[in-house]
Ligand binder design. Structure first.
Ligand SMILES: [Zn+2]
Length: 423
């Protein structure tokens, strides 16, 4: 594979233009500056492209915009200062940016690009929370705060206030291309479940009830009010991790399992014993019958210590509670759905955390925090669609996703001019 022709940027831009109408998406990047000297699109597109090529800060982005190639691409013939990026990002419209991302995800679904994520015909959305950043000194109006206990140099304990931002995310999980459907910031004094329900209600309005089929969550969400709202009000079945001894239903699952013979299947190189217990009572706040699926998973891990190969026997135990109607699907399908959250490969949330600086905030102001996060997600989805659905090098395993991002940066700096918007 040769880098000599530096065509990757051109390919990315023409793919995003053809598949997702990049100039139209450029409209979502508009901001409320009055009679700005630098067009919104040049600012927004620079922020978007800065995410794709992994620019670590607004200051670094300012330097990149000094390149003539960058200026041709975004259609503005001068550098753009980090102050301009900060000022404009705090005047963007997060709802409009969200609509841009919804449009991209809808196009992916319409183009059948999400089909390969399905488990037995079901599209699965997983909910995860993430603390974006925390700080001792700087505070914006939307900061959450908490008191933490610290130790001074002499080991004495003292209390201090910490400020932080935290969001819940809805990720369309799967083994192919994983995307973020939406995210919602937590409010002061609110639990994750509250923000998650606000987000799920909005997702239902924006994407429709049939965009996906199942919601999968960790044990934090396995409580009656959350299950009741998602199953009865929103109409999605839920698969939730059930933690030990939290509920009677856990004890009942273990007790009934003792009398019941486990089914055994092979999954992902593991031997999986499955107990599938139906028609259990969950709690007063969710009296409807639930089902539990318990697995004991065993496999052998091969490691190397020096020149010596080692075999280590591994075991995991899981219990999921299923609320809502997934009766037609066997225990092994519930197990596969539950495991989607934990898959490392093609996991949007994991990728964003590991390689896209999800926990970094370039400009700490209420609107900018959310707007810049949406731009990151938009860049992420466009790039992943390009790399996984379109780019043959990544599909053939000849380049990693991160290598392709570096190649786009190199072709931006050294390749032929690429025009994105004319104005
Ligand atoms: Zn803040």
């Amino acid at each position: 594979m040769s880098d000599a022709n530096f065509q990757d940027l051109g390919r990315f831009v023409s793919y995003a233009t053809k598949q997702f109408n990049l100039p139209l998406l450029g409209g979502c990047l508009a901001d409320r500056r009055v009679a700005p000297e630098i067009p919104s699109r040049a600012v927004g597109l620079s922020l978007l492209l800065g995410e794709v090529v992994h620019c670590p800060s607004l200051l670094q982005l300012e330097q990149e915009t000094g390149q003539p190639q960058w200026q041709r691409l975004v259609g503005y013939p001068h550098p753009i200062s980090d102050d301009t990026f900060a000022y404009a990002s705090d005047r963007m419209d997060p709802d409009q940016l969200r609509r841009g991302c919804v449009y991209i995800n809808r196009m992916l679904k319409r183009g059948k690009s999400l089909e390969r994520n399905k488990v037995q015909g079901l599209l699965v959305v997983s909910i995860d929370a993430n603390e974006q950043f925390c700080t001792d000194h700087r505070c914006c109006d939307d900061c959450l705060n908490r008191e933490v206990v610290c130790k001074d140099a002499k080991g004495g304990e003292f209390k201090k206030v910490q400020y932080y931002h935290k969001q819940v995310y809805a990720q369309l999980s799967g083994t192919h291309i994983s995307v973020i459907l939406d995210f919602e910031p937590l409010r002061q004094g609110e639990e994750e479940c509250g923000a998650a329900l606000r987000m799920l209600r909005r997702i239902r309005r924006m994407y429709g009830a049939r965009f996906f089929d199942v919601v999968v969550v960790d044990s934090w969400y396995s409580n009656g009010p959350f299950l009741k709202t998602v199953v009865e009000e929103l109409g999605w079945p839920v698969v939730a991790v059930l933690k030990q001894e939290r509920f009677e239903v856990y004890q009942e699952t273990m007790a009934l399992g003792r009398d019941q013979k486990a089914g055994v299947v092979e999954r992902d190189g593991r031997q999986v014993e499955i107990w599938d217990v139906r028609a259990l009572r969950f709690s007063d706040s969710y009296p409807g019958p639930v089902r539990t699926v318990r697995t004991v998973e065993k496999w052998t891990e091969h490691t190397r210590k020096g020149n010596e190969r080692q075999e280590v026997e591994k075991e995991q135990n899981w219990i999921w509670v299923v609320a809502g109607d997934l009766d037609a699907f066997g225990g092994e399908v519930i197990r596969d759905i539950g495991h989607l959250r934990w898959r490392i490969e093609n996991n949007a949330f994991g990728e964003l955390t590991q390689h896209w600086n999800l926990t970094h905030c370039a400009h700490h102001q209420p609107v900018a925090v959310v707007a810049l996060l949406w731009i990151k997600i938009m860049a992420f989805t466009l790039f992943h669609a390009f790399a996984i659905l379109h780019g043959k090098h990544v599909r053939a395993g000849r380049a990693t996703l991160q290598e392709l991002r570096e190649r786009i940066l190199r072709s931006l700096l050294c390749g032929p001019p690429v025009l994105c918007f004319s104005g």
